[in-house]
Design a protein around this ligand. Sequence first.
Ligand code: ADP
Ligand code: MG
Length: 423
Amino acid sequence: AYRKGGYHAVRIGDQFAGGRYIAQRKLGWGQFSTVWLAYDTRTSNYVALKIQKSALQFAQAALHEIELLQAAADGDPENTKCVIRLIDDFKHAGPNGQHLCMVLEFLGDSLLRLIKYNRYKGMELSKVREICKCILTGLDYLHRELGMIHSDLKPENILLCSTIDPAKDPIRSGLTPILEKPEGNQNGTSTMNLIEKKLKRRAKKAAAKISGRRVSIVGLSETPKKNKRNLDGIDMRCKVVDFGNGCWADNKFAEEIQTRQYRAPEVILQSGYSYSVDMWSFACTAFELATGDMLFAPKEGNGYGEDEDHLALMMELLGKMPRKIAIGGARSKDYFDRHGDLKRIRRLKYWPLDRLLIDKYKLPEAEAREFADFLCPIMDFAPEKRPTAQQCLQHPWLNLRTQNNEDDIEGQMSNMQIKGSCS
Ligand code: ADP
Ligand code: MG
C-alpha cells in the first residue's frame, strides 16, 4: 500500500511542516491513514500525526474530516467535551503524492486495546460507567451542539486520555509503554502486543468451536469469565476519535454507515437515520466493555445472509420488531415477509438482556437489572424513541457509586454534568 496514491512511508526522525513536527514512532493505522507519534518542536509537546493516503478520494475524505474536527474544536475552546482535538493541518509532499496531514492531541490506547488487555473478560461496572459518561458527553456535544453524527462509534474509535508526558514518564501512557527517549525503539513491541497475539490465537480457537448461530447461543453460556486484570490506576477518561465517517445531520451522504457489529437496525433496513444511530452503537460498546464480548456478531449461514442474522440476533435480545418498523424500510422486503416475520430465519431463541447478563456473564441480579434498564431503552427499534445522549446522562445508573447505593441520587445528579466532562 506504500505506492502512488497510497500511504506515505515515514521514518523515525522525519520532519513535517517545515521541521515543526518530528516523527517518533507509529501509533496505529486505518484504511486511509497511518498515525504517528510526533514531537511538536514549537510547543514542546507530543502530538499524533495522522497522514492520509494521497489519492484524490482520500484527500477529499481528509478535507471533510478536517472540517468536522475544526467545527468540534471551535465549539469547545476549553477542550472539555470528550472529543479529539485538532491542533493543526497541512499538506506533505512525498514520493507517493500529496498527503493531507492532521495534527491531533496525543491520546492513549483505544478501548478495543483495553478490552483485549483485559483478556476479553469485561470490566467492573464502575469503570464502564466512567467511560460511558465520557462517551455520552462527547455524543451530546456532537449531536446537540454541533448537529453532527459520528456514524462509526465503536471501542476502536474511543481512546483513553493520555495524561502522562511521554518524555517525563517513560513507564506508561494509558497502557502502552512509551519509549524512554523521543528517538529510538521503533518497533516498540509492547507487552500489550504480546498479550494480543496470544489472545488472537485463543479467539480463533474459540471461534472454530462455535460455528453456526443457533449453536453459538448455547455454546457461549459455559464458564463464567475469570482472571480479569487489575485495571486499578488506569484513568478511565476517554475521547471520541476518527471523524472520517462523520457527517452533518442535515447533509448525509451515505446510506450504509457504521461498522457491522455496531450498526443500527434502521441502517440495515434503510428506513432513514439520524443521531440515534450513534446511541445504538454506544449501547453495543457499553455492553462490550462490561462483558468483553460483542453484543451482536452476525454471520451468514445456510440460506441466510449476515443482515438477516443480525436482525434475528437483535430480536432474540430485544423482542420481536414491531411490524410497522420491520416492513417500513427500503430493504425490508429482502428480510421480512408482510407479517413482519423474518423470511429465512423462522425460529428465534429469545434471551433478554438482563437474563443474558445474569446467566451467561454471571452478573449479580441487581446489577444486571440496573445495567439492562440503562441499555434497553437505547436499543429501541423505533429510533425516535431512543433517549438522547443528554437524557442518558441523566440516567440514575450513571450515578450509582456502589451496586445497591441508590441513596441521594438527587444530590449526585446535580453534579453529573460536571463529573461527566472529560478533563
Ligand atoms: P482511520 O480513519 O484511518 O481509521 P483513526 O483516526 O481511527 O484512522 O486512527 C487510526 C489509529 O491510530 C487509531 O485506532 C489509534 O490506534 C491511532 N490514533 C489515532 N489518533 C490518535 C491519537 N490522537 N492519539 C493516539 N493514537 C491515535
Ligand atoms: Mg478508525
